[in-house]
Design a protein around this ligand. Structure first.
Ligand SMILES: [Zn+2]
Length: 236
């Protein structure tokens, strides 16, 4: 099966039981496209130059109403295509205020590495050489506990810092969550262990996500979600 041809995943939002999720491979990152009757919503959008993947999916769905792009954190592989997508759609870009400045200045701060996380310091400039980040000022910012309901999406933003200062997770009404790079690990899910701007903040962020009791969690770089049970078993 081609990697971008996974079947849509049912989401069971209480205000739209027919909503579904499409996972898009956008360069070195993933875009999580939530399809509802009220509009399309994108959580993260991959590296620069991969907006075409989102447009192809929108064409396939026969939709042009991308209303929102929520950025979990200001890293190259999570907001890279956002500026271009905003130019070509009606979408607004949202993020936590503590990562907004990096997005405004087209930065992708990696913090301090552990284990083999140092490799990203060498890789990021190479990957970014031909496809630079564009300044991407958010249209709006949200703090912990605020929702996306004014855009028609039943979703709560959780501030889960550590990987970056303004890193967030998104919890949808039906129990599906998106944790950006708070979680990693392969094959067993684990707390982020490679890159952080504030390592000491990660355990509390994990507990914050656990307390929301999601049924499943999609992480930033894998198509397969972490189950609620697996999440509760992650230690720090
Ligand atoms: Zn990241």
């Amino acid at each position: 099966m081609p990697k971008d041809n996974y079947p849509p995943i049912p989401l069971r939002l209480s205000n739209d039981p027919a909503a579904s999720l499409h996972i898009l491979t956008c360069g070195y990152g993933l875009g999580f496209l939530v399809e509802t009757r009220a509009g399309l919503y994108l959580i993260d959008c991959g590296t620069p130059g991969h907006e075409k993947v989102v447009f192809e999916k929108m064409r396939e769905l026969g939709r042009n109403d991308l209303r929102l792009i929520w950025i979990t954190h200001a890293h190259y592989d999570h907001y890279g295509s956002a500026a271009r997508l905003r130019e070509l759609t009606i979408a607004k870009i949202g993020a936590h205020p503590l990562d907004a400045d990096d997005m405004i200045h087209a930065r992708s701060r990696l913090g301090s590495p552990r284990s083999y996380g140092g490799i990203y310091f060498a890789l990021q400039p190479l990957v970014a050489f031909g496809r630079r980040l564009e300044p991407t000022p958010p249209d709006f910012t949200l703090e912990d506990g605020e929702t996306l309901e004014r855009f028609g999406l039943e979703a709560t933003i959780l501030h889960t810092p550590g990987h970056t200062p303004g890193h967030t997770s998104v919890v949808l009404g039906g129990g599906t969550a998106f944790a950006g790079d708070l979680l990693g690990g392969f094959p067993k899910p684990a707390l982020q262990s490679l890159l952080a701007t504030e390592w000491d903040a990660l355990p509390a962020s994990l507990e914050h996500l656990k307390a929301a009791k999601p049924e499943r969690v999609f992480t930033g770089h894998r198509h397969k979600p972490v189950s609620g049970e697996e999440l509760q078993a992650i230690s720090w």
